[in-house]
Design a protein around this ligand. Sequence first.
Ligand code: IMP
Length: 426
Amino acid sequence: MPATVVVGTQWGDEGKGKLTDLLAKDVRVVVRYQGGHNAGHTIVVDGETFALQLIPSGVLYDHVVPVIGNGVVVEPTVLLAECAALAARGIDMSRLVVSGNAHLVMPYHIELDRVTERYLGKAKLGTTKRGIGPAYADKAARIGLRVQDLLDPKIFRQKLDVVLREKNAILAKVYNRLPLDADQIAAKYLDEVAPALGPMIGDSVRLVHEALDAGQQIMLEGAQATFLDLDHGTYPFVTSSNPTAGGACVGTGIGPRDIDRVLGIAKAYVTRVGSGPMPTEVAGEQGDMLVELGHEYGTNTGRRRRPGWLDLVLLRHAVRLNSLSEIAITKLDVLSAFDTVKVCVGYLDRDELYEHVPYHQSVLHRVQPVYRDLPGWRADLSGARTVSDLPEAARAYLDVISEYIRVPVTYAGVGPGREQYVRLAV
Ligand code: IMP
């Protein structure tokens, strides 16, 4: 049976965790395919909130095998703390499988992420400072340490010594920082982390293929989102991996023909954390309303997200980049506070109208959004469970989206709870 990809279509925080959790009801294996503990997924079950960083959202169902795929970068102490927190709440963590080919986020990655952001000054990217970029850079440079190296202390130490010599030279000579100690790092990773993580390390590619061969349903869960994609996002204000659906193949070890459903997740408006262009950004009272009503503060960094109206030009581009088969619109309830809601249907730059995303980033930085105003609904949606529970204007809003992007809206989120959504006819 083929796999489903769940992918963010904006700049992250669209509610992928909630949708993955919802769909995981019917799947056997959920694989995270990229990113690291820069992600933060929130799921609310029976009023209890679970905030996940590395572990796939399907973990809350007993029947699911949660997998951290080869495309993820793993900070092992964060992973173990997350496992311990979930285990303390009664969740069986012995099911977790971590790909031996996933790369490790090391202490020098975190240190380098911090100092390079400081060094960039005004040009900083606004990263999460979790070492994600430096870890992926080492992977590409072929000097990364992988999860499987934890199982071979001699290799681990050899690789660490080589790479740390270079990292310490950079930290000391370029950034005037104290060098890191190889013995201390080795002791932490080999004596503390390896015994605890060891039993979870496995061959995730084989596991996924055996599940596919057995006809089991598989879900591939992305972190971050389309416009934070290293290749297709608003470079350089992006993350260092490929959240787009293509990344799901590479980050899991399956081919495109094994995927038959790509579910995009979009908020009913947009938010962005960190620097970079955002044509529909809204300042002032309306922006504050979106932030406060939508609780738009980072799950694990606490940063205030930049708010904006729904950008349909970007969303249509996301449909192409991911070959979306359908889309879920989350947080529709947040827009209930507005008399009029806006969607962006074009960009204006010096009298030139764009109905697609301009390929040159300088243009995207300066475009003005062209809005279409739609009537608001001013109604409490939190109890809506079927289409007929939605006010006419809210349904019209969803129709405008699906007509513009030419992909059906199949879910509408109306609150943080697992059950707070409307399933729309396909
Ligand atoms: P990095 O992934 O920490 O290197 O950060 C690069 C960019 O991606 C920054 O603008 C971050 O704010 C953004 N980013 C990374 N992870 C997330 C996420 O889970 N949600 C939203 N933005 C994110």
